[in-house]
Design a protein around this ligand. Sequence first.
Ligand SMILES: Nc1nc2c(c(=O)[nH]1)N[C@H]1C(S)=C(S)[C@@H](COP(=O)(O)O)O[C@H]1N2
Ligand SMILES: [Mo]
Length: 198
Amino acid sequence: MNVAQVYTLTEKPRLPPGQRWVTGFPVRTVERMPEPFDPEIWTLIVDGAIENPLVFSYEDLQNLPHTKQTSDFHCVEGWSVKDNQWEGVLFWEIANQVKPKSLAKFVLFHAEHEYTSAIALDVVMEEDVLLAWNRNGEPMQVKDGWPLRLIIPRLYAYKSVKWVRRITFLEELKLGYWEKRGYHQDADPWQSQRFAKR
Ligand SMILES: Nc1nc2c(c(=O)[nH]1)N[C@H]1C(S)=C(S)[C@@H](COP(=O)(O)O)O[C@H]1N2
Ligand SMILES: [Mo]
């Protein structure tokens, strides 16, 4: 039995297998940074398999109920950062407004430029998934994903898309940037789901 299987049978440890705690917050970005933020033109498009497609302005998002949550952050490369307090809106608040169709199974998050990642709808509907703009009580820096980044604390951080500009509900899975390059679609750190078996 390997380590990953053992962890599925016992209570989860705080630190997933193969990870180490680091201090500071390493930055991992594959694409170019977004253009300077202009609240007059910035929009969040929500489309795909939903009853009520919507375009949110930044102000619309700020007017949704805010949530603060503290969680650990686990990068697939093996580093983890403890106790980050994120503030933003629950993904659930947005889904509630756009009304996913019953055939919707995945949600594809598009960053400003090339980066994407898709996550199962039931996973992003959980009450710990946020679209965030503050970390530890301060607005995030642009390099960290400001003005809007996804936070999915229970999955490897390549699912936590920075600079989210579009959210598309899908009936069929589309692989994201890293998933196309061999990373695991499900990305559960406690099951060491780092690489897809191909
Ligand atoms: N838009 C975008 N989001 C992204 C990435 C990226 O390259 N571009 N990298 C991912 C990866 S691999 C990790 S580990 C985390 C890193 O977040 P950080 O740069 O804030 O540490 O962001 C994720 N989200
Ligand atoms: Mo990563």
